[in-house]
Design a protein around this ligand. Structure first.
Ligand code: PA5
Length: 398
């Protein structure tokens, strides 16, 4: 159950007639979306691929103690968000999934290599382009451990590659070594690739991916709400609200806010326009950034994600701690609104696989509509290529 309130705490900033004018163009924008050649993420994933993912996950669990996922950006954030949200804070007993390739930190890689030395592990390298530097460096270094310890045949059993069907270094690596591989469809970009093996294989190690897939496609029914959300965001932007702060009150939603930032940042931040996405983990950040939000520069609006219920019950002086947390959420909205900060609220019944997957689809739809409203191509990220070119010039081929 997902509820949306885009009205109560945005009223003074939203002109109703202007909103209606935008909304009347809904069919035009839906057509625009459907005519795009990068909307493979709206189509059904095939049963064969789902079965292949499940069988591979079963094989991995039966034969190894952990899997290292190597990828960056859209190639890891979706599954990372789920792992963060659904594993236990303490004494977690789920199958170990480690993320690599998201940093060039020598400390991280050095310590990871040391940790893996005595582990019975396998690797899932994920890169659509098959050329991403961080991914390739980590892959090369981690593979050295396998090369030192195992025969070619044994290494073959431990490497799983998710990449483009034909292009890139990783596809060549698959072809040369006969590694098990999965494809990222041509019509799905990195940050829209949640419903591909990029995320479903790591997730299948610990979660029921049928629930995830069902929840994801259930997001289709929210198309009108997604469009509404993108209009409200655009109208707030026009009123000088240039930053969207995604606010959560559960620490384990940190990965999800990282996913949101990438989704909106890369989708609409181009041609000198777009809303800058950021995030806060409240109540922690109420004791730091909260000051700025309340009384600082009025360039921020906030989107709160509220979790109505949780299975964990703490009785604090005859009060339910989760209800206290949600009361603080509502009070924060009212306080920030009084400080001229428009606040939007998305409430979910509870954190479960289906609901979070539905939210993923909802936000992907909204970001695509937002891109169109900002008159940019939602599905490219040319800015990222510019920094990569500079790096290449500075480092040469590595
Ligand atoms: O959304 C995107 O396309 C990007 O964020 C990519 O996912 C990211 O740059 C990683 O690219 P690749 O999967 O090609 O390694």
């Amino acid at each position: 159950m997902i509820k949306f309130d885009f009205e109560t705490y945005t009223k003074p900033f939203i002109d109703k007639d202007e909103f209606k004018k935008y909304y009347s163009k809904k069919e035009f924008y839906i057509k625009k979306l459907l005519n795009s050649n990068m909307i493979g993420w709206t189509k059904n994933i095939s049963k064969e691929i789902i079965e292949d993912i499940k069988e591979t996950a079963k094989y991995i669990k039966e034969n190894f103690d952990c899997m290292v996922v190597i990828g960056i950006g859209g190639s890891y954030l979706g599954s990372y968000a789920f792992q963060e949200m659904f594993k236990k804070y303490f004494n977690d007993e789920s199958f170990e999934v480690i993320y690599a390739g998201i940093t060039l930190s020598s400390k991280y890689l050095d310590e990871l290599l040391l940790y893996l030395e005595n582990k019975n592990f396998c690797i899932n390298v994920i890169s659509k382009s098959g050329t991403t530097m961080e991914t390739m460096i980590s892959y090369t270094e981690i593979k050295k451990i396998l090369k030192r310890k195992y025969s070619k045949e044994e290494i073959r059993k431990r490497i799983f590659i998710t990449t483009d069907k034909e292009k890139g270094n990783l596809r060549e690596e698959v072809n040369e070594n006969n590694y098990k591989s999965f494809e990222i469809p041509e019509d799905i970009g990195g940050r829209f690739s949640f419903i591909t093996p990029s995320h479903l294989l790591p997730l299948a190690l610990n979660y029921d991916i049928d629930k995830i897939i069902d929840g994801y496609y259930d997001g289709k029914r929210l198309i009108d709400k997604a469009f509404e959300y993108s209009i409200i965001r655009k109208m707030l932007f026009e009123k000088g609200k240039l930053i969207e702060n995604f606010c959560v009150f559960e620490q384990n939603m940190y990965g999800f806010t990282e996913w949101l930032k990438q989704l909106f940042g890369e989708t609409e931040g181009k041609n000198g326009v777009g809303i800058y996405p950021t995030s806060s983990i409240y109540t922690k950040d109420l004791h730091s950034l909260g000051q700025f939000i309340q009384e600082g520069n009025k360039i921020v609006f906030e989107t709160f994600i509220k979790v109505e219920k949780t299975d964990n019950f703490i009785d604090y002086k005859n009060r339910n701690l989760h209800e206290i947390n949600n009361t603080v959420l509502s009070s924060t909205i009212r306080a920030h609104f009084k400080g001229s900060v428009p606040c939007l609220e998305i409430s979910i019944g509870k954190i479960d696989l289906e609901t979070i997957s539905t939210l993923i689809y909802f936000f992907m739809l909204s970001s695509a509509f937002s891109g169109f409203l900002f008159e940019v191509d939602p599905f490219n990220q040319p800015g990222v290529e510019i920094y990569k070119k500079e790096v290449k010039e500075a480092l040469g081929e590595i």
